[in-house]
Design a protein around this ligand. Structure first.
Ligand code: ADP
Ligand code: MG
Length: 381
């Protein structure tokens, strides 16, 4: 049994991935994705924000390395990129970071040919920074090609995960999807994971017959973790530290956080800090309302950014929990939304701001407040 409260340790980690022991479930998904990649397919992973895509990617990359020492892995987060130069820079830095030794790095730079990247190391983190100056768009195209050529020609095969892939849609002046697709198509030694949260953009990129990436990869929609798996995980994590948690406390956690991974994890993390040996239903509820208090300022700031009608609509969705027919007379009248056209406009703007999440199943589409804590807070305000 582990020691209590001595080393700031908390089994409910708030980073995407720490270790297998602290990662809940995703067993099936990990196997499926690893099987696809090792079988020669690229994989596209789509889910709402904070469901656990990034964590799962790290888990999959670890799994791949465990299964085969002949395969390297590379992870790129392109969320902060807004143009092809950024993309190339992030890609080059990830490669340099993986290569570590000097001779490998210079052989990579030789592949980049005339563009002569300059490398420096961050004084604090030690992470490599690569700066490249491009003379024109052609040079950008050719250096991207060189990067892929370099990867293709290494001794080891490699899996490259590109997280927040939908960003490439916004790059100006270059048809990035077409360019990437042309480059990637020919590679035999490189497999890709593409991951993204913006469902309509991602689905458009991979499932729209007019798009360059159409049917080029296996598309997986990541769902929530099941109540059964998460409940067992929560119990086991507490028990490992000699803490007992009541079943009704666990039921409260999973339903109050709607099993949206980040929120479930955050509430558990909070409870773990506060309760020494035993977690009752009351204790779980106490932590939940404490979290809402701690986040209040942020919620009020969101309110300031919205019109009164938008805020009213958001509150209405929170009160319902889930709305399937936002245009129905019942919903509109109950919450004084105005005309259906008005309601549709508000809904669209809240979807664009990612304050409302739309979830589509075979039977219906439903809408909920994206941020679960905000949703719970709105229920009482
Ligand atoms: N399988 C998991 N087990 C435990 N916690 C998880 C798991 N997946 C995600 N999380 C938690 O949820 C948070 C959000 O996950 P993340 O992978 O960043 O989501 P996404 O990439 O889909 O936005 C993580 O920081 C982590 O705390
Ligand atoms: Mg992520």
């Amino acid at each position: 049994m582990k020691q209590l409260g001595t080393d700031m340790d908390n089994p409910f980690v708030l980073i995407p991935y720490e270790s297998r022991e602290r990662f809940c479930d995703r067993v099936q998904e990990t196997q499926t994705i690893a099987d696809y990649l090792l079988g020669g397919s690229d994989v596209t992973l789509i889910s709402p924000r904070r469901y656990g895509k990034t964590g799962l990617i790290f888990r999959v990359l670890e799994e791949i390395q465990e299964r085969s020492s002949e395969i390297d892995v590379l992870y790129l987060d392109i969320y902060s990129s807004s143009c092809v130069e950024d993309f190339i820079k992030i890609f080059a830095e990830a490669i340099v970071n993986t290569l570590k030794n000097k001779s490998a790095i210079s052989s990579f730079f030789r592949f980049l040919g005339s563009i002569r990247p300059v490398i420096s190391y961050d004084g604090i983190t030690g992470n490599p920074k690569v700066s490249i100056v491009f003379r024109d768009d052609d040079e950008k195209r050719s250096s991207l090609l060189s990067i892929f050529k370099y990867l293709e020609n290494r001794k080891k095969k490699i899996v490259v995960a590109i997280d927040e892939f939908q960003q490439v849609r916004d790059y100006p002046n270059i048809k990035m999807e077409a360019l990437l697709r042309t480059n990637i198509q020919q590679l035999k030694n490189v497999r890709f994971i593409f991951s993204g949260s913006k469902k309509h953009i991602m689905a458009g990129m991979f499932a729209d017959p007019g798009s360059p990436f159409y049917e080029s990869s296996r598309v997986l929609f990541l769902d929530k973790i099941s109540k059964k798996a998460y409940s067992a995980f929560i119990k086991a994590q507490f028990e490992q530290y000699g803490k007992k948690i009541d079943d009704d406390a666990i039921d409260f956690i999973t339903s109050w956080t709607k099993l949206h991974t980040f929120y479930t994890q955050s509430l558990c993390n909070h409870i773990f800090i506060r309760e020494d040996r035993y977690v009752s239903l009351e204790a779980a509820k106490r932590s939940a309302s404490q979290i809402l208090k701690e986040n209040e300022q942020q919620f009020l700031e969101i309110r300031n950014l919205l019109t009164p009608n938008q805020w009213n609509f958001l509150k209405a969705v929170a009160a319902e929990g889930e709305v399937r027919q936002p245009n129905s007379g019942t919903f509109i009248q109950k919450y004084s939304i105005g005309t259906p056209a008005n309601g549709s406009r508000i809904l669209k703007s809240l979807l664009d701001k990612e304050l409302i999440l739309s979830t589509t199943t075979i039977e219906y589409t439903s809408y909920s407040v994206y941020n679960v804590f905000l949703s719970r807070w709105l229920e009482n305000h």
